[in-house]
Design a protein around this ligand. Structure first.
Ligand code: ME8
Length: 625
């Protein structure tokens, strides 16, 4: 097992605010970093910004700012975004920092002495958005083969990097190391690209000035991609702190979007070979988030702001969606509806309900104390399998599959509640009740440990509600079965993921309700927990004309809070004492900041709403069949 783990994201261009495509890579890298910390390894997770180049120079000019003033503002905004998403980077590197300028200049000096860099004449085409040079033959219909945009003719003196020298050694390395370029489809693309032959590449420019001047010839500035790629070794301490560099380099994985695999899997390793440095262990090119059919991108302007999503749905929901929705490696469509569905189904319903049902049962059946198991555990094999699968997938960089593995345990545990029917065991005084409740609580605890790479708030909340200190979930070893001490006093709390009320959410184009109502079976009906309740108090919900907040006695130890759309039909003071019919097992939902646990039935006519009440008073909690 490796003792340390170095993971990188691309360094992003601070030419515009970042969008969820950037958050996607960064959250995935964060998950890997958190996972390796959970394994007790020394982790070095670096992200940062790629601040030089013509594109930035032009944008700053348009904004009437100096390039550095322009990027400073965007970089501050990027750091805020990473803070919002709780990205646990160890270093944030900016290519305008002196530590980096020094490394780039020194590399140019060294490579000129080895003959890997030489002065010549450049003729060809340049795409500014991609910061890429192309020879005539590579253009597609006279346009950039990468983004399809216009290219500019260039004819200027330039330094070249002798990339052609490294085609053979690179191919040999890729063939000897099947995991070097991942996934396999990208590996195959790179192999065929190299087999077509590699030409030397231009690595300096004289037509603009926002960059690092070459020490041997300051009329030239370093080509932005050479400047950018070398950030990885600067951050690890190259030429500044040799022992740190030896510890942290080579990187275990460069996580990048698929469009820049070519730079990371060909140009970058060739530069490292020329410098006599070890190559990264893996370059992983993940797929794109698409909006409609198109790649979400700053230059197209079709972007989604992660800040708004976090504000609306919370950072764990956004992180979960990014990590879970799209199979890692493939392209996938972003939609807000899918984000809401994931949150409501996986987080609120499956995970949230498992926690609230489990803690409610422990409270009711065993006085809030986790019982000591007496017999065989049913869920233990599933929990152990979930740990194994999550680990195997994270070791293979299969982030989405790792998340799926954890939720297999969540789903199995929910099913187990139905199968074991603890309420019946309780009624008959069956000693197996202790085993069932322990199984559920312990599975939840293991789920919390396994979720630590992915979510930042929920694992702590689960630990807290189980009555544990989340500082005790710092290691993967804590996911071993049996870590929950019997006798722990649980601490019930609010639902960890209230359902997103779709009316409150800004969902575009909601699906139309189908004509008519489908038939349901008796079993479907039996799934509803309908009960008589007595309203204890009612008040208006601030800022909502239609809503009343009610407290209702439904025969439990404590009354429930419900939010109902009755304010236009009833004055709050008319309601206390009225009896109502409550759907008691409706998923909790947060409505205007109030968590509503259940719904009351009412009849709707043209003249208004009438709550449905029993003909004669019945004890609160009476079951309605
Ligand atoms: O390329 N889907 O920076 P950049 C998924 N500075 N990921 C996306 C994405 C999308 N729609 N859009 C962007 C650069 N990304 C260079 C990198 S590295 C030495 C220099 C992510 O600001 C993805 O990781 O254009 C992609 O590779 C990166 O942002 C591009 O960011």
């Amino acid at each position: 097992m490796a003792e340390r783990f170095t993971v990188t994201t691309p360094i992003y261009y601070p030419n515009d605010r970042l969008h969820i495509g950037h958050a996607y890579t960064t959250v995935a890298a964060d998950a890997l970093a958190r996972y390796h910390r959970l394994r007790d390894e020394e982790v070095f997770f670096v992200t940062g910004t790629d601040e030089h180049g013509q594109k930035i120079e032009e944008r700053a000019q348009q904004a009437g700012k100096t390039p550095i003033a322009y990027v400073d503002e965007i970089v501050a905004d990027i750091r805020d975004l990473w803070q919002l998403l709780q990205i646990s980077y160890d270093d944030f590197i900016r290519t305008t920092e002196p530590r980096h300028e020094h490394v780039v200049q020194e590399i140019f000096r060294r490579l000129e002495t080895t003959g890997d860099i030489y002065l010549s004449q450049y003729e060809g085409w340049y795409c500014t958005p991609c910061e890429s040079f192309w020879v005539e033959g590579k253009l597609v219909d006279g346009k950039c083969p990468s983004c399809g945009g216009p290219v500019q003719r260039l004819n200027e003196e330039s330094y070249f990097f002798r990339l052609s020298r490294y085609a053979e050694p690179l191919l040999a390395h890729i063939e000897a190391n099947p995991g070097f370029i991942q996934p396999t489809s990208r590996r195959n693309e790179m192999i065929s690209f190299i087999r077509q032959g590699l030409e030397d590449i231009s690595v300096s420019r004289t037509s603009f000035t926002w960059g690092i001047p070459l020490p041997q010839d300051p009329r030239h500035i370093a080509y932005v991609w050479v400047d950018a790629l070398t950030n990885y070794i600067t951050a690890c301490g190259y030429l500044q702190d040799e022992s740190r560099f030896e510890r942290l380099w080579p990187a275990d994985v460069h996580l990048v979007g698929k469009e820049i695999v070519r730079f990371h899997a060909i140009i970058w390793p060739a530069i490292l070979l020329a410098l006599g440095l070890p190559l990264p262990r893996a370059v992983y090119g993940h797929g794109w988030l698409l909006l409609g059919e198109q790649k979400m991108s700053k230059s197209r302007g079709n972007v989604i702001d992660p800040r708004q999503l976090v504000q609306r749905y919370g950072r764990d929901a956004v992180r979960y969606y990014l990590l879970r929705e799209v199979p890692f490696g493939a392209d996938g469509n972003y939609t807000e509806d899918a984000l809401i569905l994931r949150t409501n189904v996986d987080l609120a319903n499956d995970l949230g309900n498992l926690l609230s049902r489990t803690t409610a049962m422990i409270e009711r059946f065993t006085d809030g104390v986790v019982p000591a198991p007496t017999g065989k555990s049913v869920l233990r094999p599933t929990a152990e399998e979930a740990v194994k699968k999550a680990v195997r997938n994270l070791d293979r960089l299969q982030v989405s599959d790792a998340v799926v593995a954890v939720f297999e345990l969540v789903r199995r545990a929910n099913k187990f509640i139905e199968e074991a029917a603890p309420w019946q065991l309780n009624r008959t005084g069956d000693p197996r009740l202790a085993d069932v409740l322990y199984d559920l609580a312990e599975s939840l605890r293991i789920v919390a440990v396994l979720l630590k790479p992915f979510l930042v708030d929920a694992p702590h909340a689960i630990y807290r509600q189980l009555g544990l200190d989340s500082a005790d979930a710092a290691r993967l070893a804590d996911a071993a079965w049996g870590g929950l001490p019997a006798g722990t006093r649980i601490q019930r709390g609010d639902p960890i993921f209230p359902r997103i009320d779709v009316e409150d959410a800004a969902v575009s184009d909601p699906a139309q309700a189908p004509e008519g109502t489908p038939e349901v079976s008796v079993d479907d009906f039996a799934r509803l927990d309908l009960r008589v309740g007595t309203i204890l108090s009612a008040s208006k919900v601030k800022g909502a004309d239609r809503l009343l907040e009610l407290t209702v006695d439904v025969g439990e130890s404590e009354p429930r809070t419900l939010v109902a759309g009755l304010a236009e039909h009833y004055q709050p003071e008319e309601l206390p004492g009225s009896q109502v019919v409550v759907v008691a097992n409706l998923q909790p939902a947060k409505i205007r900041g109030v968590v509503s646990r259940g719904m009351i039935l009412a009849g709707k006519t043209q003249s208004g709403m009438q709550i449905v009440s029993p003909r004669q008073a019945l004890p609160p909690g009476t079951k309605i069949k």
